[in-house]
Design a protein around this ligand. Structure first.
Ligand code: HEM
Length: 464
């Protein structure tokens, strides 16, 4: 088990090659990563047959390209994914398919374009400064569970960029609180939604999921309705919410109404906060594990970042922070697997695949694939300068998915992640806590089994 090796970033142990379906379901419920056999790190494709469904995990870059880029309309998300997430997400862009999905993307995408990221930057910067200030109280060398801190910071980024309000705002704080309760109740259930098991199997926590989802949506509705009124009165701030709510679909001319906007805000919050929080926490953990890289990121940040100036151009100069963040997303992709469905009979690598089969695309396995990456389990942000690393980025790297259904927030997240990492390491040194190694597990996103623990201390020269 490489998780026990002091030189390799933690990796969950694989399960034995053969297990019964009952055992597989049990393992899957506990953690989808350790429920998988080791051969998936070498296979181009693997077929799982059960009495209820057949699924195909695809690692072959050509096959992944077919599904995500060449013929995405033939491989939609299954209705089950939508059903599972419906209490919270309604008809959000994350779960819709076909024409509805296309229309929603036409309205949302312009808000996340490169040029708009520059406008969003000061809000992200402010959230980074707030995170640095908050951590001052924790920088006494005592163990800190860092996921809680990065979660707070990522939620702050979302509220500031979307609605121009900090996380301290009463409604924002309410959404954040209820989301934590929701996540606590929902992760297992959500995975159930991804596998088409029979209806008679027990579904847990239904009531709690519905209650928290209702609460979150009520709060988001309040924010969205207030914003609609401000737009009508001409007093709305120029942030992501205003941009999305005032963008008309170039094809139909329609804008989102309040109800449809609530669905989108819910997914921006869910998709944009838990993922970024997980990535930033792992990046800090890896920085603690590999102090050489930590020093490189910190030196660069001390050199390049002027804490008095929110300067968008700085992002380009934070090359070490970007490579560390990229390597973190390779080793700990926050969305470990994505599921699609076949809508007609297919041939996958010469094998007949029936209509209605599940297609699993696994960033987790592709990113650690032994035939695609050199030293796949090692942490080496320098790899992206090598031929193998560059080829990997092109063919075997999909933390944000790929093709038309690629994460809307990919560009946003690649500014946010390296920036916050650099700002935090500019101000603090992070160290591992003996006896508290982190171990990845995947529920909806890749988290750590018992949290990610670090000691934080002020860094000389970074305390301005
Ligand atoms: C490190 C951070 C992030 C990671 C790793 C990530 C990853 C992903 C992945 C893998 C998907 C595709 C899921 C699938 O097809 O099943 C996705 C979709 C999505 N993400 Fe992200 N995401 C991140 C941050 C964000 C942010 C910051 C936002 C918005 C503010 C966002 C908004 C979305 C939305 C709206 C979708 C649905 C797109 C669609 O289905 O058309 N994400 N994300």
């Amino acid at each position: 088990m490489s998780g026990a090796c002091p030189h390799l970033p933690p990796k969950p142990p694989a399960r034995p090659a053969r297990v019964s379906l009952r055992r597989y379901i049990k393992l899957f419920r506990a953690d989808i990563l350790s429920a998988q056999p080791a051969r998936l790190y070498r296979a181009w494709m693997a077929e799982f047959r059960t009495p209820f469904f057949t699924s195909y995990l695809c690692n072959d870059p050509e096959l992944v390209k077919t599904v995500l880029k060449d013929r995405p309309d033939d491989f939609p998300k299954s209705d089950r994914v939508r059903e599972g997430l419906a209490p919270l997400l309604g008809n959000s862009v994350f779960v819709t398919n076909g024409e509805t999905w296309k229309r929603q993307r036409r309205i949302i995408d312009p808000a996340f374009e490169g040029g708009r990221l520059r406008d969003t930057f000061p809000a992200m910067w402010a959230a980074g400064q707030s995170a640095v200030a908050r951590l001052a109280a924790r920088a006494d060398g005592q163990p800190v569970e860092i996921e809680a801190e990065t979660s707070h910071a990522a939620a702050d980024v979302i509220f500031r960029t979307l609605f121009s309000i900090p996380i301290e705002n009463e409604v924002a704080a309410g959404v954040f609180r209820e989301f934590k309760a929701h996540q606590h109740a929902q992760p297992v259930l959500n995975l159930w939604a991804l596998i088409p098991l029979p209806k008679w199997l027990p579904r847990l926590h239904r009531g709690e999921i519905k209650r928290t989802a209702r609460e979150i949506r009520a709060l988001i509705t309040r924010l969205t309705a207030e914003r609609m009124a401000e737009i009508e009165a001409g007093t709305a701030p120029d942030d992501l919410a205003t941009k999305i709510m005032t963008t008309a679909d170039p094809v139909t001319g329609a804008t989102f109404d309040t109800a449809e906007m609530v669905d989108q805000v819910a997914i921006f919050f869910l998709a944009g906060h838990e993922t970024s929080a997980s990535a930033l926490a792992w990046a800090l953990y890896l920085a603690a594990m590999f102090p050489d890289w930590q020093e490189r990121v910190a030196d660069e940040a001390l050199r390049e970042i002027d804490p008095e100036r929110a300067e968008f151009a700085v992002v380009k100069r934070l090359a070490n922070a970007r490579d560390v963040f990229r390597e973190t997303l390779r080793l700990y992709p926050p969305v470990p697997m994505m599921v699609r469905e076949t809508t007609c009979p297919e041939q996958f690598r010469g094998r007949a695949v029936a209509k209605g089969a599940q297609v699993v695309l696994s960033p987790w396995h592709q990113h650690r694939h032994e035939r695609l990456w050199e030293r796949p389990d090692e942490f080496d942000p320098g790899r992206f300068a090598t031929e193998n690393g560059k080829a990997g980025l092109r063919n075997a790297y999909m933390p944000f998915s790929a093709g038309p259904r690629v994460c809307t927030g990919a560009g946003f997240a690649m500014v946010e992640g390296p920036l916050l990492l650099a700002m935090i390491l500019r101000a603090y040194r992070v160290e591992l806590v003996e006896g508290r190694p982190a171990m990845p597990v995947a529920h909806l996103t890749v988290r750590a089994k018992d949290g990610i623990w670090l000691r934080i201390r002020p860094r000389a020269g970074g305390g301005d």
